[in-house]
Ligand binder design. Structure first.
Ligand code: MRU
Length: 377
């Protein structure tokens, strides 16, 4: 079951409510999510006491973004174990909640394997639950560390590609602390540039249809005092043509063995624009987002979302109001094409930044080396 804590105003404290936290109130363990569907209007926590509530939160994008989905999946297994639910069932429904971000299945698997190892060693369910929780916490910590490493490596790459600093960076979707145990992926690089005094402007694509850029990235940029400007996705072309973009930084939901990148729909057109305008197109993602078992871009399953997300827009919300209001923006019965992600081929990616540094060019053998380094046999 999911429950909601009292909201707090968005523009009050500079520190952000964590995207996700484990808590152990007297009534039993819970996973507490910052409900991202309510941002930026209000910061509302969603308290998950069971796996169906967490699966629902994943499907509605209350919790979202590849690395955070992995962390949420791992804590979901820990929640099932701690509350005495069927852990295998829980793992299966969590892993299947969304298909594209490989991190979700990865996080679920890590916690499930830790649970089984602890159960085999102790024969005791409480120890097995503790094993799953410890693994979820480890993944959460590793993600924060990876984020810091990607921020530093990405900034070093930007400085190399664009000597002189003063970077104008275009980003798409949301890749900051809301999707991570740390500062995120692509956003972590922009934030590192900002902290080093080398970010002139962050261009934020609004990211139709669910507006992760407008609602979430702009919120994070404002919180961090960054110079940012919001644009409609379709305005990116004229921004490039005006020479206003020095680099594009995006995250990834799954990177295939050949280096193809699945990310929020609208990423591929940016890669094409960037190539035409001779602007570096950089993907920033932890190695947990690489899926060596998916051969190429065509083999990546792209999530198709309901057409209403396109034919309706979210009604303006006010703090404390019920969520779910929608305004039609197309005639009733209009069919919509609504893939959540698109695929960028590796030849359009200037570099892939992971916690191990930058890979450029992005090739199948480079990806295989990265996998060997990050997942020793
Ligand atoms: O549908 P979403 O909001 O979960 O999509 C998120 C993205 O596409 C992000 O760019 C991606 O997960 C990388 S986050 C570091």
């Amino acid at each position: 079951m999911a429950d909601q804590h009292a909201p707090s105003p968005v523009d009050a404290p500079p520190s952000m409510v964590p995207a996700l936290r484990w808590d152990e109130p007297p009534e039993g363990p819970v996973l507490v999510l910052l409900d991202q569907t309510r941002l930026p209007v209000e910061e509302v926590e969603l308290v998950c006491t069971d796996v169906p509530a967490l699966v629902g939160a994943i499907r509605t994008l209350a919790v979202r973004g590849a690395p955070l989905l992995g962390i949420a999946g791992a804590y979901g297994v820990a929640l099932a174990a701690a509350r005495g639910f069927d852990v295998d069932d829980a793992a299966q429904s969590l892993a299947g909640a969304r298909p594209t971000a490989v991190n979700l299945g990865y996080g679920v698997r890590r916690a499930l394997e830790a649970y089984r190892r602890a159960l085999d060693a102790s024969g005791d369910l409480a120890s097995a639950a503790a094993g799953a929780l410890a693994e979820a916490r480890r993944l959460h910590r590793e993600d924060a560390e990876g984020s810091a490493a990607m921020g530093a490596a990405g900034l070093a790459l930007l400085d190399e590609l664009l000597p002189g600093g003063n970077h104008r960076i275009l980003t798409h979707c949301n890749t900051g602390a809301l999707v991570s145990g740390g500062d995120g992926t692509a956003f972590a690089v922009a934030l590192a540039a900002h902290r080093a005094g080398r970010l002139r402007r962050l261009w934020v694509d609004e990211t139709r249809p669910l507006l992760q850029g407008a609602r979430l990235t702009a919120y994070e940029a404002a919180r961090n005092g960054m110079a940012y400007t919001l644009l409609t996705d379709s305005a990116a072309g004229s921004l490039f043509a005006a020479g206003e973009v020095d680099a594009v930084l995006i995250g990834a939901d799954r990177i295939a063995a050949d280096g193809s990148v699945a990310n929020k729909v609208g990423s591929y057109p940016l890669a094409v624009l960037a190539r035409y305008h001779h602007v570096p197109f950089v993907v920033v993602a932890p190695t947990t987002t690489i899926d060596p078992d998916t051969a190429d871009g065509a083999s990546i399953e792209v999530e198709q979302r309901p057409g209403q997300e396109v034919t309706e827009v979210m009604a303006p919300q006010t703090a404390g109001a019920e969520v779910g209001g929608a305004l039609p923006v197309a005639p009733l019965g209009t069919q919509a094409y609504n893939p959540a992600f698109d695929i960028t081929p590796p030849e359009l990616v200037t570099a892939l930044v992971t916690e191990h540094g930058a890979l450029s060019p992005v090739t199948g053998s480079g990806i295989a080396d990265l996998c060997a380094r990050s997942r020793p046999a």
